[in-house]
Design a protein around this ligand. Structure first.
Ligand SMILES: NC(=O)c1ccc[n+]([C@@H]2O[C@H](COP(=O)([O-])OP(=O)(O)OC[C@H]3O[C@@H](n4cnc5c(N)ncnc54)[C@H](OP(=O)(O)O)[C@@H]3O)[C@@H](O)[C@H]2O)c1
Length: 310
């Protein structure tokens, strides 16, 4: 079976390259540009040189290019890791966010519908936002996004649903890993360079390690568990924390006791878009349907920090 991974140079895309090592299937890793030399070195280090570092150029906003690639390489499954993920920048770059988060998933869905293939797509807890929940959000909860990023990701979901293709949309949250920019890497730098930092404690959710998410997607593909399971699923690591708790744990695991980490309210960090105050994802469905167990967030954070600091 031939599998296309789009946006393969991002956080999750690179984790998919590692998850796919040793697969009996053929994976094609694509993105809008070449993999950087730094990311290629990191991939080689983390995978003992086994992960694929090749990238074919494929722009997911171009329907004809997707159609040509899928037909030429006889693609049966697509994993769409491409997205416009800069939440603040999306507020002033609405057109780009719409093209990547709403139109591109529709393009991929239309082509998968044409060839009878299966689409895996990633979405976000930002499809919730305005409401103040106090219990985990299930897949069928109707949320109202607070900003452009959440709104365009919700449009992407709706476009896939309307296309009639077979799909799994996985909503995830607070994604971090060894590749790209993320909260863990930013905080490791800040706590190493400052004597004191303030981090918000009034936004609660669950971190998600890209390695865990990529492994789950890989298992669902390899075992063909996706067959007959079109729909939306939630996935994050287990547990709940605030960004403040997350940072305290990052410092503890990095062995940094010098930086004073203080809790603060979101008002102290004004941003163009309101973050969801409580966006814990209920993962009962994905655990029940596919029989998976999900690591507790601190266990996975330990793995990632070991990789980053080794
Ligand atoms: N990051 C989070 O905290 C988070 C949370 C919840 C859900 N998610 C979702 O999880 C998924 C993966 O997120 P991520 O953090 O891995 O994203 P990411 O690191 O930002 O990676 C996205 C990738 O898409 C590529 N890309 C940009 N434009 C493209 C185009 N026109 N065609 C093909 N590829 C293109 C980017 O290339 P360049 O690097 O060259 O720009 C980048 O490598 C996304 O759907 C995101 O919405 C993320």
């Amino acid at each position: 079976m031939n599998i296309l991974v789009t946006g393969a140079n991002g956080q999750l895309g690179n984790a998919m390259r590692i998850a796919a090592i040793g697969s009996k299937e053929n994976y094609f890793f694509t993105s809008i540009s070449e993999l950087s030399a730094e990311a290629a070195r990191l991939l080689s280090r983390l995978s003992a040189g086994k992960a694929c570092t090749e990238t074919s150029i494929l722009d997911v906003t171009n329907l004809e290019d997707i159609r040509d690639f899928v037909r030429e390489h006889h693609i049966e499954v697509v994993v769409n890791c491409a997205a416009y993920t800069n939440v603040d920048a999306a507020e002033s770059d609405i057109e780009s966010a719409e093209r990547l988060n709403a139109k591109a998933p529709e393009n991929l869905a239309l082509v998968m519908k044409e060839v009878g293939g299966f689409l895996f797509h990633l979405s976000t807890d930002y499809v919730f936002g305005k409401e103040l929940y106090n219990k985990p959000c299930s897949e069928d909860l109707q949320g109202t996004p607070a900003g452009v990023y959440g709104r365009t990701k919700l449009q992407g979901e709706q476009n896939i649903e309307a296309s009639g293709c077979k799909y799994i949309i996985i909503r995830t949250a607070w994604l971090y890993g060894e590749f790209g920019k993320n909260f863990v890497k930013t905080m490791l730098n800040l706590i190493a360079s400052r004597s004191q930092i303030k981090v918000v404690f009034d936004q609660v959710g669950t971190p998600t390690y890209t390695g865990d998410l990529a492994d789950v997607i890989f298992q669902i593909i390899e075992n063909r568990w996706y067959e007959g399971h079109t729909g939306i699923f939630h996935y994050s690591n287990e547990g709940v924390c605030s960004w403040f708790d997350f940072t305290k744990m990052i410092a503890l695991m990095a062995g940094n006791t010098d930086c004073d980490i203080l809790p603060c309210y979101s008002e102290e960090y004004p941003s163009p878009v309101d973050r969801p105050a409580y966006s814990v994802l209920d993962k009962t469905k994905i655990k029940t349907v596919f029989g998976i167990t999900i690591p507790y967030w601190t266990e996975s954070l330990r793995v990632c920090i070991q990789h980053l600091l080794s």
